[in-house]
Design a protein around this ligand. Sequence first.
Ligand SMILES: [Zn+2]
Length: 322
Amino acid sequence: MTVLHPQIKTSRRALLLASAGVSVASTLARPVRAAPADSWTSTQPVLQSAGWFSLKAAGATIHVISDGTGAQSIDLALAPRETVAEYLKRSLLSPETLESFRNVFLIEMPGRRILVDTGYGAQKGRAYERLLSAGLSPESVTDILITHCHGDHISGLLAGSECAFPKAMAWVSLEDLESFRLKNPKEAVRKATERAFAPYFIRRAVHYFNEGEEIIPGIRAYRHPGHTPGHTFYELTSAGQTVVFAGDVAHMAALQFARPDISVKYDMQPEQAAQERKALFARAADSGVLIAGTHLPFPGIGHVRREAEGFSFLPVPFRDRA
Ligand SMILES: [Zn+2]
C-alpha cells in the first residue's frame, strides 16, 4: 500500500468518464504505486489539500474528508426558534439557516486503512471522489466503522450498485442494523439499508461487536443509543492519547456545545441523545480526549472546554509543515 497523499489530479478524468456514462468504479483499475512497507506509517508528513484535512493523533494519521455541506434550517433543533437564533447570533451566524457539515474520517495505521462512515457515496456526496482523487485504491480499505445506519453514513458503502470497498470489513452495531434493515417503519429505509450492506453480507464481511470490544488493535466500540438505537462511538487509543469518533453526537455546534440538553429532530430518542451528548462533552473536557463528529464544523475534530454555560468546541489547529 502507498502512503495516501491527497492531491487533486485524477478527478477530472473520473468526472469525464462518469459524465460519459462510465462508472467511477471502473476508473479504479489504475495501479497504485507500491511504497516500502516502512513508509506506510504515521511518521510521514501530511500534505493538506482542499476539502481534506490530515493530522496525526493517537499513533495514527487521521484524514478528514469533506463529503460536502448543505443549508440546514434552524427548525432542526428541538427548541424554540428564538432560543436557537440567540445562540447562533452569539457565534455571528445567520439566525435563520446554518451550514451543515458532513465529515468522513479515514484512519491510517500500519497494515490498516479504516473509514469511519462512508458519507453519501458517489451519487450525492463528495468524499468518495476525493478519496479516488487522492490516489486511494478502494481495495486498500481494510475496515469501515459504521456509527449508525442513517443514509448520510452508509450510502457510500456502494458506488452505484457495486460494492465501493470490495475488500473491507464493515463493523456495525447489531441493534442499529436491525432497527434500520428489519424494523424501520419506512419500507424505503429498510430497502436502502439492505442494499447498502448486501455486498458485504455476500462476502461475510459484516461484523458486530460486544460492548467495549477491541475490534481492531487500538480501537474499541461502545454503544451510545439516543441518536439511533445502536449509535456507536469508536475510540482510538495509543500512547496515552484517545480520539473518540462520536458520529452524530451533535448537529449544530454553535448551539449544542453551549446547550447539550437540546437535541434535534434526527435524534430518535432525544432525551437519551442529550444525556449521551452531555456525558461525552464532560468527559472530553475533563480528560482531554479529542472528539471527532460527522456534523461538526470541518475538520470536525477537536477538544472540548467547559464554559460558564455548557461547553465550547476547540478544533485542532491547522498544520501544513513540510
Ligand atoms: Zn448524520
